[in-house]
Design a protein around this ligand. Structure first.
Ligand SMILES: *Cc1c(COP(=O)(O)O)cnc(C)c1O
Length: 468
């Protein structure tokens, strides 16, 4: 893995290429029909770099990067898997496959954590799709050209938008409303570009979005953040892509304007930081004066091991990056396959945290991004003869909730905030009532979900049937 930097051209592979990929690496998919069944429901996309430099093809199926990118049969419930396999075996028409797939998708909680009803901000009463303003200081922006990624993570909580279930539509020409919204909201200090992955955008698009934020009338915007997986999946974005240097110049301009530029890097496994391209990418980004802050969810089969996390954080610090968040996998998509109970997540976090120096202890977690806010599991304690989870908000819809410890009954099986019950005989958590009041007071103009047809994939299915 320690070869010299190989320059690559971006080449993407989707579901129809799976059989060829397996032939190329002289591997058999364990179960071709199952893989076809899962990838007809959940999105799949990899690229040459992920295949060649990140996946260890001798370690299938356990290899963490393979698990991170390729469909696995455990990702669908047994009944759903059987149903899709049956359709594929009898070569059902595409429409029938799509209809079954969509039914399953809607049962996989495609829009977790009350995203739509509470977070879409308004300008003069008009909703601004493509924006989210959940926490006072920070506005999320979803550029329309950034709604895909250089490769997909199997556990992605935004998976639904990649199969055509849209929640965020950002109409062209809306940039002005966005800037007007920011001019009126001087409490906002941070703008976070997210997606998909904003780094799939060409440099000139990225500049068109970011440069207006540097104007003196938006002086309250002090931090610009870009959420991205590109540093892990396509580091060439900053190294050798045709407009890589242009991206770096834009970063320098942001820093030169006196703002802080934070690349919010999604690194799930230390291997993603280990290649020559990944190192060069980090070196070049940091050379612009931007900082790289690192975050990822804890997921079964990929990084459910304290040794992996301590190694990840140490690698980050060694290369000058800042460990930021460890997330709990969200309650959506193939959650059952990836979930780690909160108690175990806490033990993995604590054990990893104990192994690293203070410089890596900038990381906070395990944290659940739930409807009321980001809830951190601080510990498990014995109190008045009861085992309890000690919890706190890292971020909350009401800033007054932040950093106030609260308690839930210990439950070794709980995997999400909604599984937890208040400790000490209390009926509700302190934030539940105010949260409901917030819900009631927002007359939510809920955006309609749209299901867009997927491209036909029948050739794939044929190939996979042949391969198994
Ligand atoms: C995490 C998050 C933010 C940023 O929170 P920080 O704690 O400042 O990193 C903003 N908006 C949403 C919706 C988030 O989930």
């Amino acid at each position: 893995m320690n070869h010299a930097l190989t320059v690559r051209k971006y080449q993407v592979y989707t579901t129809k290429d799976i059989p060829d990929i397996f032939r190329r690496y002289h591997r058999d998919p364990e179960d071709g029909v199952a893989m076809a069944a899962v990838s007809s429901v959940l999105p799949f996309r990899v690229n040459e770099y992920v295949l060649e430099e990140l996946i260890d093809w001798h370690r299938l199926p356990d290899d963490p990067i393979y698990q991170l990118t390729f469909p696995q049969k455990g990702m669908l419930a047994a009944g759903d898997l059987e149903r899709m396999e049956d359709l594929i075996r009898r070569r059902a028409p595409d429409e029938e496959v799509q209809q079954a797939a969509n039914e399953i998708r809607y049962r996989l909680n495609p829009h977790p954590a009350g995203q739509r009803e509470l977070n879409v901000p308004r300008l003069d009463g008009r909703p601004l799709p493509g924006l989210q303003h959940k926490y006072r200081e920070t506005v999320l922006f979803f550029p329309s050209q950034g709604q895909t990624c250089h490769a997909y993570c199997t556990y992605c909580f935004r998976w639904a938008q990649f199969v055509g279930i849209r929640e965020m539509k950002f109409a062209a020409g809306e940039a002005e409303s966005f800037h007007e919204y920011l001019r009126r909201h001087t409490e906002v200090t941070d703008v976070l570009f997210t997606g998909g992955d904003p780094m799939v955008m060409k440099a000139h698009h990225l500049r068109a979005h970011i440069e207006p934020l540097l104007s003196p009338e938006l002086d309250h915007i002090q931090d610009i953040r870009i959420g991205t997986k590109s540093v892990a999946y396509w580091p060439y974005r900053f190294v050798s892509d045709a407009d890589a240097d242009e991206v770096l110049r834009l970063f320098e301009d942001v820093v030169g304007s006196g703002r802080h530029l934070a690349v919010m890097a999604h690194y799930s496994h230390p291997r993603e930081l280990s290649t020559p391209a990944a190192r060069e990418c980090i070196r070049r980004i940091r050379g612009t004066g931007a900082e790289i802050r690192c975050q990822a969810p804890l997921v079964r089969h990929v990084n459910d091991d304290p040794g992996v996390w301590s190694e990840l954080w140490m690698q980050e610090v060694r290369q000058g990056c800042i460990p930021y968040y460890m997330f709990v996998e969200r309650d959506t998509g193939p959650k059952n396959y990836f979930e780690v109970p909160l108690a175990e997540a806490y033990h993995i976090f604590a054990e990893a945290y104990r192994r690293v120096s203070g410089l890596a202890r900038t990381v906070r977690g395990p944290s659940m991004s739930a409807t009321p806010g980001k809830v951190r599991i601080l510990g498990i304690a014995e109190c008045r003869g009861q085992s309890v989870f000690v919890l706190t908000f890292l971020q909350a819809r009401d800033p007054a909730w932040v950093q106030r410890p609260f308690f839930a009954r210990f439950d070794p099986k709980a995997t999400w905030l909604t599984d937890l019950k208040p400790a000490f005989g209390q009926k509700r958590f302190f934030f539940e009532e105010p949260l409901e009041a917030m819900r009631r007071s927002r007359a939510a103009a809920s955006l309609t979900l749209e299901v867009m047809p997927q491209p036909a994939e029948s050739c794939v299915l044929e190939d996979l049937l042949g391969a198994s």
